[in-house]
Design a protein around this ligand. Structure first.
Ligand SMILES: [Zn+2]
Length: 144
């Protein structure tokens, strides 16, 4: 999704609204160990409502993102211009992705995004300043 207006560094962009579930899906956002925010299963929402109520579903991953998730808030990591695409690093919230995919960003050369669980020690350390608390607690867990 793109920014509708500019955001200052550290500014709240929106809240991660939804229902909590222990099971990750392709679109859910992990906020704690075995706690994922998901769009309600039977929500009859059209595309426009989806963007208003659950904009986090439309956030793409980037290895060099301009936003991060803090608790249940999306916040700007740096100043974001109006119409700039808003991205966050999925591997700062997701332990084990339900649907791994090849990254489309230029920084990493298209590696497969599989979740924090699968990162090397070095890759984990690089994300330390932006990690969700539940992953910070597992930063030294065995890789794989
Ligand atoms: Zn990448």
């Amino acid at each position: 999704m793109v920014a509708l207006h500019a955001f200052r560094k550290g500014e709240r962009i929106f809240e991660i609204d939804g229902v909590l579930t222990p099971t990750p899906s392709r679109y859910s956002v992990q906020i704690d160990t075995e706690v994922h925010v998901e769009v309600p299963e039977h929500a009859e929402v059209d595309a426009e409502q989806m963007l208003v109520r659950y904009p986090w579903r439309c956030l793409n991953h980037a290895c060099d993102p301009n936003a991060r998730i803090v608790g249940r808030e999306l916040r700007a990591l740096r100043p974001i211009r109006a119409a700039e695409e808003i991205t966050f690093d999925y591997e700062t919230t997701e332990w084990d992705m339900a649907s791994p995919f090849p990254c489309g960003c230029t920084r990493c050369g298209g590696r497969t995004i599989r979740g924090f669980r699968h990162l090397s020690r070095e890759e984990r350390e690089r994300r330390r300043p932006w990690l969700a608390p539940h992953l910070l607690a597992r930063i030294d867990a065995p890789v794989g």
